[in-house]
Design a protein around this ligand. Structure first.
Ligand SMILES: C[S@@+](CC[C@H](N)C(=O)[O-])C[C@H]1O[C@@H](n2cnc3c(N)ncnc32)[C@H](O)[C@@H]1O
Length: 651
């Protein structure tokens, strides 16, 4: 039974499982499953073979006797397989190594046969795991639907004095235990297989918040909560520390399922109720509460206590981590639906209205309002929302306005004409069906208003368009926006990496994507990349740019893997009126832009204490503009998108 309902959220985190530690005498898988389901768990994490079993070539699996003990949907919807924990594929002892390999393959074959969705494979027993990874990698090649969840303790000891120096000097005798490192080695050996995921064992102590944050960008599927991670509240019931609660809420928000594991430490049943300890189940006694039910109830309480998803989040839920090609509003003509979406963003137009109002007041003194008519040109007017915002600003400030609405999309111009007729603005607004770069304006403007911004600020070629348009701006005229700046920050984003890798080509790794980032970890604060200021009458002005940035990773985070860079923008519309999506200053409740993502062909491992150095270029040619990017520290990447061979924006 799901933990609860959160409107709009249909993620897996609604389901909670329980780990079966052993089968009580006389009880088989069906009885244990029925008892767990009757106690409101959604699935069990159960061994597939008797823990005492040791393989023999060609032997049949001794547990669960037959696949008929459960129905097909029970197997696939309610059982996650637990691979024998004794296996040790990197053991010195060859017999043990070979037995382990055989067992792992047999058990996975059985799990595939009964169509389990996932199997948990035990944590590597030592820091080197080459042979284990080799065998898992072989298995992954042959899996179709099933995923493997590598079980890992959620732990990272804090570095001692001198450890960081040792790491920096490549001296690996440091004693920092960080299970993320083990995960990283394992997935690198398995070449980032999208079917290899993580199940984190959560105990009573948690590492630093920054080190936990790394996992949000990794394919964590389950949080295995040990009963000894729970505290006891005043009424004797299990509860979690505030830090554990925050972590669990974060995991729920990232679609991670909880699994409860261990023996009950909280005997809180009414005396009249029978209790089976641990995982002793009995189909007939389904009225008998599961010993771990109080833990489940607490987890359900935490789940239900989470804030409901805001309406906008619910609306955007299907866009989470969905890669989209950025718009090319200059080269292509936008469709009606796209304009429709833009125009719903009240916040964006409010900011423009405020900016225009301030500019009008600065431009025309109070004693000149009756004699002065300000010439305002909306360049890239679309279907007219900025014309409306400008006229509202004029009314608000009591200034007179003459508006030119310049638009190169002939389809939008049709709607623009009809809007002007409908609103009775014929005497105020002149529609110009033209590209702003070649329009021969009959007079010069006091104010040039445009919104040609992409998620990365200049990536929809606002600089090139406004360079063309500023010809008809008075020398002391105002451009709204007056400037815009792009930002990037390194992120872990294994899901995005998997999706790009699925295309099996380089071009997709050299393309920037617009994406509502969700299952990611941000690894360092964003930094500025390129700034453009308008108008710019300097004779040597160029729109080519080059920036080198060095990011210091978050403190106490540990090492991490960088899959690419999240990009944002912030724009000064006029004076203190700004608009943007840079996370620290983002305009609240504005939804016109998702971030942009610049991927790396090969993710870069950044050891603890090391910075990452990245280079971004904005390159211009007569018919196109493109970005190139590369990492030089800690290890060089290839320069991405050389000559704009994979991704460019047409002029
Ligand atoms: C991002 S849309 C904004 C539309 C509208 N101002 C709004 O806020 O809904 C940019 C608009 O500028 C137009 N545009 C882009 N480049 C242009 C150019 N060089 N000359 C004229 N219009 C252009 C596009 O066709 C598109 O309608």
């Amino acid at each position: 039974m799901p933990l609860g309902q959160r409107s709009g959220d249909k993620s897996d985190s609604r389901y909670c499982g329980v780990e079966v530690l052993d089968f009580p005498a006389g009880e088989g898988l069906p009885a244990v499953l029925n008892h767990s389901l009757a106690s409101a768990f959604d699935f069990i994490l159960a061994p597939l073979v008797d823990p005492n079993y040791r393989p023999a070539p060609g032997a049949v699996l001794p547990v669960s006797a037959s696949d008929l003990v459960l129905g097909p949907s029970q197997w696939s919807n309610h059982v996650v397989g637990k691979i024998s924990e004794w296996i040790d594929l990197d053991a010195e002892d060859e017999r043990l190594r070979l037995d382990s390999e055989l067992t792992l393959k047999q058990e996975i074959a059985w799990a595939s046969h009964v169509s389990l969705q996932a199997c948990v494979i035990p944590a590597p027993r030592r820091s080197f795991c080459g042979n284990y990874a080799r065998v898992v990698n072989q298995i992954l090649q042959g899996l179709t639907n099933m995923n493997l969840w590598l079980r890992l303790p959620l732990e990272k000891s804090e570095p001692m004095d001198g450890d960081l120096d040792k790491i920096k000097n490549n001296n690996h005798t440091s004693e920092i235990a960080d299970s993320w490192e083990l995960w990283n080695s394992f997935r690198l050996l398995c070449d980032h297989s999208s079917q290899l995921c993580v199940a984190l064992d959560i105990s009573g102590t948690l590492p630093s918040m920054n080190s936990l944050g790394r996992w949000f960008g990794e394919p964590v599927r389950a949080a295995i909560l040990q009963t000894n991670a729970f505290l006891t509240n005043a009424r004797g019931y299990p509860c979690l520390s505030k830090r554990h609660q925050r972590l669990l809420t974060g995991l729920f928000n990232h679609s991670v399922q909880a699994i409860i594991s261990g023996r009950s430490n909280h005997n809180v049943f009414p005396a009249s109720e029978g209790v089976l300890s641990g995982d002793e189940g009995n189909a007939e006694d389904s009225y008998v509460r599961h010993a771990l039910a109080p833990y489940l109830e607490y987890i359900a309480y935490l789940y239900q206590k989470m804030d409901p998803l805001p309406e906008q989040e619910r609306f955007e839920i299907n866009y989470r981590d969905f890669l989209q090609s950025p718009l090319q509003p200059l080269m292509d003509n936008l469709e009606a639906q796209t304009y429709e979406t833009f125009e719903k963003d009240v916040v964006k137009y409010t900011q423009y209205r405020r900016a225009v109002a301030k500019a009008l007041v600065d431009r025309v003194a109070d004693d000149a309002v009756s004699t002065t008519r300000t010439v305002l040109m909306v360049v890239g007017a679309g279907r007219g929302p900025l014309v409306r915002a400008s006229l509202q600003a004029a009314e608000e400030t009591g200034r007179k306005l003459k508006v030119y609405a310049v638009e190169k999309n002939p389809n939008a111009v049709i709607t623009l004409h009809s809007l002007i007729k409908l609103e009775g603005w014929e005497s105020l607004v002149t529609v110009i069906s033209s590209d702003m770069r070649c329009w021969d304006a009959p007079e010069k403007a006091d104010i040039l208003v445009s919104e040609l911004l992409g998620s990365f600020g200049d990536n929809e070629l606002s600089p090139e368009c406004l360079d063309g348009a500023q010809r008809f701006l008075k020398p002391d005229g105002i451009s709204i926006p007056s400037s815009y700046t792009s930002f990037i920050q390194p992120i872990t984003a294994s899901k995005l990496h998997d999706d790009i890798k699925a295309h099996k080509d380089i071009a997709h790794f050299e393309t920037a994507y617009v994406v509502k980032l969700h299952r990611i970890a941000t690894l360092a604060p964003p930094q500025q990349v390129f700034t453009f200021t308008h108008p710019n009458f300097s004779p040597n002005a160029s729109n080519q740019r080059y920036t080198k940035l060095q990011f210091e990773m978050l403190p106490d985070m540990g090492s991490c893997l960088v899959h690419g860079f999240a990009g944002y923008f912030d724009s000064v519309l006029y004076k203190d009126v700004h608009l943007g999506i840079e996370p620290n200053t983002a305009t609240p409740n504005m939804f016109s832009w998702f971030p942009i993502f610049f991927p790396l062909r090969k993710p870069i491992y950044v050891p603890e204490g090391s910075p990452i150095e990245v280079h971004f270029w904005r390159c211009c040619a007569p018919t196109k503009v493109w970005y190139e990017w590369a990492v030089t520290t800690p290890t060089p990447s290839p320069i991405h998108n050389s000559n704009g061979r994979s991704y460019w924006v047409g002029l």
